[in-house]
Design a protein around this ligand. Structure first.
Ligand SMILES: NC(=O)c1ccc[n+]([C@@H]2O[C@H](COP(=O)([O-])OP(=O)(O)OC[C@H]3O[C@@H](n4cnc5c(N)ncnc54)[C@H](O)[C@@H]3O)[C@@H](O)[C@H]2O)c1
Ligand SMILES: CC/C=C\C[C@H](O)/C=C/C=C\C=C\C=C\[C@@H](O)[C@@H](O)C/C=C\CCC(=O)O
Length: 520
């Protein structure tokens, strides 16, 4: 069979199988579809023939594109999906690698055979043809070098057992192509939600293995896959792409803009589904506050969402070392492992400089030190992230609250410095800082600016004017808007040292240490 004929035959076979229902979205479980197609393709003369033939660059390019398109179709991925994700979510090899696998197996059969005529012919080929790019031996020598495998000579002299050779080839291919695709994935901003540790050639991602073969499950898999690969179109994307013509409002709840945070964490219409998922995921939360009355109220709310056993409250004063460490000890005793620490306690009390510095500055430093000790891989933890809550007042002077500003500036400087410790990598630690502007909470009641109520005690007319001016410049965040920034800091894992502001007017902005994978 000539090579162009082979190529064409396989293309026809694949189209035929897809149209006749092997395609995942037509109801067949994706793994079954992939297995059937792989067997079909491999049983043809396709790969067999390609072991020997020298392919032109254009044939290679079209074969790659063809193979990638099939893998994308299986997974209901749109054409814009990053190539690395197309292969690694399925654990699939490229066409090039599939052919290399067969070339290397064929080479083994030749060099390990005991037929002296064949071995003599091999020797002759090695002498005569090693510079001939079209010769099988020249090509396979390049393939061996590409995967760091032993040379043809050493294989001939000491052929390993067939099983050992197959295993070495499999491992070498896995290593090479996993690294190749992970490098591409690292550079894609759309893939921030894809957990790299689950990606490996030869292993199918849980997004597919966790599915049954029912049509509805297969369809859910397609949506999850698009969420993972950043290709799911939310209403906010449609709004952006249509230049504002389409609404960005969530169609399920109709109250907020629909983006990934809204969809996964906030949309009230999905509360029931989320509740079921969260209790499976075991979101374990330890709350602490000096105010146990408010703390216990929050605990009750959390218990309804996450389940009684998954949340706890510990009364604590962050200015007291023992009281603060007790929180870490109790949380570790109950939950086993700690991975996220949020230093949020803070107050605004310009008339009490020591208390402000003790809570807002020393409290956060103490919390960061304790987190480093309890989370750190070098001291028995599993690594994790610390989010320190500063303020936009930690980045810009505000004449009427210099003490609050000093306390919040200190956190930004402290967090950025700690994040630069070269030991963080080994320890598995990252440190980030969230700087919200005015936000509608107990500390800053929105009524104060909206409805002309009295400002916090101690504010002179001049100070009130200054505050109103700033509020006009930044707007007042809802808590939901700050939570979005917070979730982004948690989820983007290459943002060690990031300082993020959240303002009503300008949304989420990175001020320092912009994450490598995040574009705003
Ligand atoms: N609300 C805003 O406009 C705004 C803007 C930027 C930053 N922040 C910061 O956000 C954080 C949260 O503030 P919020 O707006 O939710 O106000 P909040 O008053 O509702 O929350 C602060 C919490 O800290 C607790 N706390 C105070 N002293 C403590 C101590 N010694 N030990 C333990 N807990 C203590 C309080 O009891 C309170 O529950 C603060 O650090 C604040 O500075 C708030
Ligand atoms: C009444 C007090 C209530 C709440 C406390 C809250 O933390 C206070 C915030 C006070 C000041 C906010 C200042 C906002 C400034 C904006 O101009 C902001 O956009 C500046 C952001 C960054 C500055 C750094 C830079 O210039 O890049």
């Amino acid at each position: 069979m000539c090579k162009s004929h082979t190529h064409h035959t396989v293309q026809l076979l694949v189209s035929y199988t897809q149209e006749s229902g092997l395609h995942g979205t037509n109801g067949l479980n994706l793994q079954t579809s992939y297995k059937n197609l792989s067997e079909l393709r491999h049983s043809t003369a396709f790969c067999m023939a390609w072991r020997f033939y020298h392919l032109t660059r254009s044939k290679w390019t079209s074969s790659h594109a063809f193979h990638k398109k099939n893998l994308r179709n299986f997974q209901s991925m749109p054409a814009r999906t990053a190539t690395g994700a197309v292969y690694l979510i399925l654990g699939a090899l490229t066409i090039e690698a599939e052919i290399h696998k067969r070339q290397l197996s064929f080479l083994y059969n030749i060099v390990s055979c005991d037929n002296s005529t064949i071995l003599d012919l091999v020797d002759r080929q090695l002498i005569m043809n090693m510079d001939n790019q079209q010769s099988f031996f020249c090509k396979v020598a390049g393939t061996l070098a590409m995967y760091d495998l032993p040379s043809i000579d050493s294989l001939k002299q000491q052929p390993p057992s067939k099983l050992k050779w197959k295993l070495s080839v499999k491992m070498a291919l896995q290593k090479y192509w996993t690294k190749f695709f992970l490098e591409e994935i690292e550079s894609k901003t759309t893939l921030v939600h894809l957990d790299r540790t689950l990606l490996k050639i030869g292993s199918v991602h849980p997004v597919w293995t966790s599915l049954s073969s029912t049509i509805s499950d297969v369809k859910k898999g397609a949506v999850k896959n698009r969420l993972l690969t950043g290709t799911y179109l939310f209403e906010s994307n449609k709004h952006k792409f249509s230049g504002g013509k389409e609404s960005s409002l969530c169609r399920l709840c109709g109250t907020s803009n629909e983006d990934i945070t809204h969809f996964l964490l906030l949309c009230p219409a999905l509360h029931q589904q989320r509740k079921a998922l969260f209790s499976n995921l075991k979101a374990l939360v330890c709350l602490c506050d000096i105010d146990s009355e408010e703390g216990l109220k929050t605990l009750k709310r959390f218990q309804t969402t996450f389940g009684n056993e998954n949340v706890m409250f510990v009364k604590c004063d962050v200015t007291d070392h023992d009281s603060f460490e007790n929180v870490f000890k109790q949380a570790k005793r109950k939950f086993g492992v700690l991975d996220i620490v949020v230093n949020n306690a803070g107050l605004l009390a310009e008339d009490n400089m020591r208390k402000t510095m003790m809570v807002n500055s020393i409290g956060v430093i103490e919390g960061t030190q304790l987190a480093t000790h309890y989370l750190n891989k070098e001291s028995g933890g599993q690594g994790g992230v610390v989010v320190n809550i500063s303020s936009t007042a930690g980045l810009t002077p505000v004449f009427y609250m210099p003490i609050y500003v000093a306390s919040k500036y200190s956190i930004v400087g402290y967090t950025r410095s700690v994040s630069q410790n070269p030991a963080n990598k080994e320890r598995g630690m990252r440190y980030t800082c969230l700087c919200p502007a005015f936000t509608d909470t107990t500390m800053f009641d929105k009524k104060w600016s909206d409805e002309g109520e009295e400002p916090p005690p101690g504010f002179s007319e001049e100070e009130k004017k200054g505050a109103l001016h700033l509020i006009e410049a930044t707007g007042v965040n809802t808590v939901e808007e700050v939570v979005k920034g917070f979730m982004t800091l948690l989820e983007v894992d290459d943002n060690n040292g990031a300082v993020m502001t959240v303002t009503k007017k300008h949304g989420i902005q990175y001020r320092h240490g912009k994450p490598l994978s995040h574009k705003l």
